[in-house]
Write a protein that binds this ligand. Structure first.
Ligand code: ATP
Ligand code: MG
Ligand code: MG
Length: 379
């Protein structure tokens, strides 16, 4: 009996555990909160990732470890990697944890990125603003997620407010200034690489964010072959450079037909949730296969799929469950403003049927604004 340890016990760990059940896997989760929702499905160690005793308790009876959360301290990941296999490797994790290291690697690999500059002091910010120009975004280098730890600078007059909001963190998690990309749309590549180097991607996905948080994903994205091939080439180059094992997502901005890399998420990703029902093999199943050295499953799509995130509180499940291709995922979390508490996936054989299902669900749930951009894209 193989036990997979997962650092971080949120919905990603929960969906990994669900996907691993048919493979006969056991799971053990570690999280800083006793409320973490994967704890409903797997034994959980509650403790700080830097606490040796908690890490040792997690490490006992684990055969291989992976992450639901990319901000596990690199030293803790390294400590575990000295005891059993850890995928993705602590080195890959370290690069993806740090927006500066990540963007530097993108650039080295010839992957276009928005203009960026590391910021250590208030003077650095002024110098970088002069070079990068406005609008731009000041971000923490580490620990950001769902758009947290970011300040949008619209004009030079916002510099003081940006520094007041994030300046203190220059000395702790570091800061980076990025040029604001007036993108036409956002895309992601969700990909998997096996222990033997085999590489596969799911179809390119288009994503819509509201206030920095993912709201909807559509797969396959409406994109031409050249754009798709370029996005896949970038993902493959990154996976090979990092000797990556497991699933990851590469988030991209598309502006005037050009792709710019935003960030690399070293884990299963919200923009790949549709693959649970929309693909021959889900991202969760393939992540487990990859970290265990099992053959990877086919990533081919089954029709067209749209995932809708439920943020704050779960809506009524009825309208989604009434759809022939409707699938419901309630993460079992208590409601809280801004929190991802669940998602739905609508799947259909053709784009017209998917559009109609989105219209019905949007209307029934009063979520017309959430589905509107997807329906518009489907034409
Ligand atoms: P997550 O890890 O949850 O995807 P995050 O906190 O790491 O989010 P980012 O991906 O950097 O944050 O930013 C969240 C969203 O904010 C992006 O998907 C995009 O919509 C917008 N955004 C971020 N950086 C830029 C930029 N340089 N130009 C334009 N929009 C941006
Ligand atoms: Mg991120
Ligand atoms: Mg992101």
């Amino acid at each position: 009996m193989t036990t997979v340890g997962i650092l971080g016990g949120g919905q990603l760990a929960r969906m990994l555990a669900l996907a691993g059940a048919p493979l006969g896997l056991r799971f053990k989760v570690m999280d800083t909160s006793a409320e973490a929702c994967a704890g409903q499905f797997a034994p959980m160690v509650v403790g700080d990732y830097r606490d040796d005793a908690a890490l040792a308790e997690f490490a006992s009876s684990v055969d291989v470890a992976t992450f639901d959360f990319e901000n596990v301290p690199a030293e803790s990941a390294q400590w575990l990697a000295e005891r059993f296999p850890v995928f993705p490797s602590p080195r890959a994790l370290a690069v993806a944890q740090d927006r500066l290291a990540e963007k530097t690697l993108f650039r080295e690999l010839g992957i276009p990125v928005p203009d960026f500059a590391p910021i250590d002091t208030r003077e650095d910010l002024d110098a970088a603003l002069a070079r990068v120009g406005v609008p731009c975004i000041l971000k923490t280098r580490r620990l950001g997620y769902d758009g947290k730890g970011q300040f949008r600078i619209r004009s030079l007059a916002d510099a003081d407010a940006a520094w007041a909001a994030l300046g203190e963190q220059a000395a702790t998690v570091g800061l980076i200034l990025e040029g604001f990309v007036a993108f036409d749309r956002e895309l992601s590549v969700v990909a998997v690489r096996g222990r033997d180097g085999e590489f596969r991607t799911w179809p390119l996905t288009e994503n819509w964010h509201v206030d920095g948080v993912l709201s909807a994903s559509l797969a396959p994205a409406v994109a031409d072959d050249v754009l798709t091939a370029t996005a896949f080439d970038y993902a493959r180059a990154l996976a090979e450079a990092l000797d990556y094992v497991g699933v990851f997502a590469l988030e991209l901005f598309c502006r005037d037909g050009e792709l710019l890399a935003n960030e690399l998420a070293p884990r299963v990703h919200n923009s790949g949730h549709w693959s649970i029902e929309g693909s021959e093999t889900s991202q969760f199943q393939n992540h487990l296969r990859a970290v265990l050295g099992l053959p990877l499953g086919d990533t081919r799509m089954v029709g067209h799929a749209c995932m809708l995130n439920w943020i704050g509180a779960m809506p009524d499940a009825g309208p989604v469950l009434a759809e022939p291709g409707g699938h419901w995922h309630d993460y079992g979390k208590s409601p809280r403003e801004g929190r991802k508490v669940g998602h739905a996936t609508l799947r259909a054989d053709g784009v017209a049927d998917l559009g109609h299902a989105l219209e019905r669900v949007g209307r029934a749930l009063g979520r017309e604004a959430q589905v509107a951009p997807v329906i518009a894209r489907l034409g």
